[in-house]
Design a binder for this molecule. Structure first.
Ligand code: ZN
Length: 279
């Protein structure tokens, strides 16, 4: 359904002609914008097929994604935003704009390069539960490399974590020296806000796991401003990161505002990165 709707939306946007006068949110050529939008919507539709019930246009001709929760979210609200505004109120286009880098990163990400930190809360409420109670009803126990943890069963998140756990257990059998990076686990589901903000943490939806934070620096606690001081990322074992990424998790180590122990189930970002790079 999403696939058919995508073609239709592309055609509708073209027929609608230039968007109504409003500040440009991107300097991309209209064709590139449409291709980017289709890639984004396809990645979202394939990742969250149950939560996304359809696509349409609002009265201003903007593409909206209809959610099972009854919410509608605008793909591109047309507002230019500063970094902190994208953290606070991103649209879907902002959320997917920075392509998640597959494979090792050679140097610290530049300003604004935090792929995955712009989260559209309405989408995750529709996917994982719109209230603490609804989220808890979707949590299941997962065997994660020999430990039981709670994770959200929606969108295949818990299944993906179980697969990560199996591969990780296999890796740790061969490489016991890596065990300290994983255990003791920092945790999965916890109802909390992101430190220093009023935004809900992805842990509150049960879609993220922290490995051992002792060996995973968090930018806020290191005392170093992002982009300054020694970079802790190169010391983090890439084998662990690759296993998570293979199953749809992004790594907080690829953010300029790094959080090395943090892995978050965001299949749409991995899908988009794979579409674009053919990897
Ligand atoms: Zn975390």
């Amino acid at each position: 359904m999403i696939l058919a709707a995508l073609g239709a939306v592309g055609a509708l946007v073209l027929m609608a002609g230039p968007a109504p006068a409003r500040p440009a949110s991107s300097t991309l050529h209209p064709w590139s914008r449409i291709v980017t939008m289709q890639t984004d919507l396809l990645a979202l539709g394939a990742s969250y097929p149950r939560a996304i019930t359809g696509l349409g246009l609002d009265q201003r001709g903007r593409v909206v994604v209809r959610l099972r929760s009854g919410d509608r979210v605008v793909y591109d609200d047309g507002r230019p935003k500063f970094f902190w505004q994208k953290l606070d109120r991103p649209d879907l286009q902002d959320a997917l704009a920075i392509v998640y880098p597959l494979g090792p990163i050679r140097r610290p990400p530049g300003p604004g390069r935090d792929p995955g930190r712009f989260r559209v809360a309405a989408l995750f409420r529709a996917v994982y539960g719109g209230s603490p109670r609804a989220v808890r009803a979707n949590l299941v126990w997962v065997d994660f490399a020999g430990q039981r943890v709670r994770f959200n069963a929606r969108a295949g998140a818990a299944r993906a974590l179980a697969r990560v756990g199996r591969e990780l257990a296999e890796l740790l059998r061969r490489r016991p020296d890596l065990r300290k990076y994983v255990f003791p686990l920092g945790g999965t589901y916890v109802r909390r806000r992101i430190a220093g903000t009023r935004r809900l943490s992805p842990h509150a939806w049960g879609m993220a796991i922290d490995l051992n934070a002792r060996h995973g620096a968090y930018w806020r606690w290191t005392g170093a401003r992002p982009g300054r001081g020694p970079d802790p990322r190169p010391r983090y074992p890439g084998e662990i990161v690759r296993i998570f990424e293979r199953h749809g998790f992004i790594w907080g180590g690829k953010w300029r505002h790094f959080d090395l122990a943090h892995f978050e189930y965001r299949p749409e970002l991995l899908l988009k990165a794979r579409f674009l790079t053919g990897r």
